[in-house]
Design a protein around this ligand. Structure first.
Ligand code: SF4
Ligand code: SF4
Length: 418
C-alpha cells in the first residue's frame, strides 16, 4: 500500500532543483522557523528521499503540513521547479496514508452544499445584530473557544445583505462578464461582490450572475482531495460556459487561482481537458479588468496606504502589477511599498486555523513591517488575507489607526460607487 502511494509522488520534478537556495529568503516558513526542512529545498529533498527509500512518509508530514502552498518559491526559482506539482502530490499521498475521512466529510458538508453556506451566512448575520454582538462580547462567550477560532470570530466583519441582481436576457453591451462570487467570499464579504458588480456596471459593462456556480474547489485541492476538486471544477465549467460572456471575473485571489488551474487539474481527462482550456482563457481577476478600464476615479482618498497581495493572485494567476497600477491612480492616496510585500501573510486557506501558531509567527513578522511604514490603510485582494490582516491589526491594537479594505472597496470609494 505505502509503496503504491509513494509512486504517486512527483519524483521527476524534484530533479529540476539544483539546490541553489535562492528560494529560501522568499519562503515564509523558512524565514520564521529557520530550519532546512521548512524550506522549499528541504521539502523537495524530503519527497525525493521518500521515493528513494531514504525517508518514510511519516518523515514528510510535519514539513508538508506546515507548507502554506503559497508558491512564492516557484516565482523566484531560476530553474523553474514546479513546486506546486511536488507539493500537490505530497499532500494527496499523505492524506491517503492518513485516511482523513472525517475532515473530508466536514469540508464537503460546508462547501458543497449551498444550504450550509446560507446557514453560515444567517449565523454570521445574527451574530452581528447589535443585541447578539453585545451579548456575546459582554459575556466573553468567544473566550471559551480556542484562540485559533475565538480570535478569528472576533474580527469577522458585519454581514451586509446581498443585493438581488437581475440578469438581462440578451447581450446589451460590448463587454459582458460572468461574475464568480465564491462561497466563503459571499458568506463573509457579499458587499464586496456587490460593489464589484456596481463598479463594472457603472463603467458600461454588462454583468451576468450565474446562479448554478459552486465552490471553486481550492480547499479540497489543497487538502489533496483531487476527485472532489475535479467534480467541482466540472460543475463550474458547465455552469459558466453556457453564457455568452467575454470573461469570468472574480475578486478572490485564491479562488481565481483555483479556476485558472482547471486546465491543469483536468489535463488527463479526455472529455473535459479542451473545455477546461477554453474556460481558463476567460478567467480574470477584477484588478485586471479595472486596469484595462478608464476608471472614473473622481474622489480623493487622503491616506497613506500599503498593498498586501494575495500569493495565489501573484504566483498562480501571475497578476503582479495590475492592482498597484490601479492603486497608484487614486487621487490623494500616498502609496508605500510594504517591505516583504510578496511574502505570504500566513492565512493560506485554513492554514491559520489548522496551523495557528505557525501562522501567527508569520503574521507577527508581517505586522513588524506594517508598523515600520505606519499606514492608515491596508489594501487586500483576497478574503483570507483580508481577515488575516484584520487579525494582525487587532493583535497590535491598531484598529483605530489602520483600516483594512479590499481593492474593490477602495476603487468604489474613489469612483463614488456605493
Ligand atoms: S527550488 Fe529552485 S530556487 Fe529553490 S533551491 Fe531548488 S532550484 Fe534553487
Ligand atoms: S509554497 Fe510557500 S511555504 Fe511552501 S515551500 Fe514554497 S514558499 Fe515555502
Amino acid at each position: 500500500m505505502t509503496s503504491e502511494l509513494i509512486k504517486k509522488l512527483d519524483y521527476d520534478a524534484t530533479f529540476d532543483c539544483v539546490q541553489c537556495g535562492f528560494c529560501l529568503p522568499s519562503c515564509p516558513t523558512y524565514l520564521t522557523m529557520k530550519e532546512e526542512k521548512h524550506s522549499p529545498r528541504g521539502r523537495i529533498n524530503l519527497v525525493k528521499y521518500a521515493v528513494e527509500g531514504k525517508a518514510k512518509l511519516k518523515d514528510l508530514e510535519e514539513a508538508i503540513d506546515l507548507c502554506l502552498g503559497c508558491r512564492q518559491c516557484e516565482t523566484v526559482c531560476p530553474t523553474n521547479v514546479q513546486y506546486g506539482d511536488i507539493y500537490e502530490t505530497a499532500v494527496s499521498v499523505l492524506r491517503e496514508n492518513r485516511n482523513k475521512k472525517l475532515d473530508s466529510k466536514i469540508m464537503s458538508l460546508f462547501l458543497e452544499r449551498n444550504y450550509m453556506l446560507t446557514l453560515m451566512y444567517k449565523g454570521l448575520k445574527l451574530y452581528h445584530t447589535p443585541f447578539m454582538y453585545k451579548a456575546i462580547t459582554n459575556t466573553k462567550m468567544l473566550d471559551i473557544l480556542p484562540d485559533r477560532l475565538g480570535n478569528m470570530a472576533k474580527i469577522l466583519p458585519p454581514v451586509k445583505k446581498q443585493k438581488n441582481h437581475v440578469n438581462k436576457p440578451f447581450r446589451t453591451k460590448k463587454t459582458t462578464i460572468g461574475f464568480f462570487r465564491g462561497c466563503m467570499m459571499d458568506a463573509f464579504f457579499s458587499n464586496i461582490n456587490d460593489l464589484a458588480i456596481k463598479i463594472l456596471e457603472a463603467h458600461d459593462i454588462q454583468v451576468v450572475e450565474i446562479s448554478q456556480q459552486t465552490c471553486c474547489g481550492a480547499l479540497q485541492h489543497h487538502a489533496g482531495e483531487m476527485d472532489k476538486a475535479k467534480t467541482l471544477a466540472k460543475m463550474n465549467i458547465e455552469a459558466l460556459e453556457k453564457y455568452d460572456v467575454d470573461y469570468y471575473v472574480n475578486a478572490i485571489g485564491g479562488c481565481g487561482a483555483s479556476l485558472i488551474e482547471y486546465d491543469h487539474l483536468l489535463r488527463h481527462d479526455d472529455k473535459w481537458n479542451k473545455r477546461a482550456e477554453q474556460f481558463v482563457e476567460k478567467v480574470k481577476d477584477i484588478s485586471v479588468i479595472f486596469d484595462q478600464l478608464d476608471l472614473n476615479l473622481t474622489n480623493e482618498i487622503n491616506k497613506k496606504a500599503i498593498y498586501q497581495p494575495s500569493c495565489h493572485l501573484q504566483n498562480v494567476q501571475q497578476v503582479f502589477k495590475e492592482p498597484e497600477n490601479v492603486i497608484r491612480q487614486i487621487k490623494g492616496l500616498e502609496y508605500k511599498i510594504l517591505p516583504e510585500k510578496d511574502i505570504c501573510c500566513g492565512s493560506a486557506g485554513i492554514y491559520n486555523i489548522v496551523n495557528y501558531e505557525a501562522s501567527m509567527d508569520i503574521l507577527n513578522r508581517k505586522m513588524t513591517h506594517v508598523k515600520k511604514v505606519e499606514p492608515q490603510l491596508i489594501i487586500t485582494s483576497n478574503p483570507g488575507c483580508h481577515l488575516q490582516m484584520l487579525l494582525g491589526v487587532k493583535n497590535e491594537n491598531l484598529e483605530h489607526t489602520i483600516e483594512v479594505k479590499h481593492i474593490v472597496e477602495v476603487v468604489a470609494e474613489a469612483c463614488g460607487v456605493e
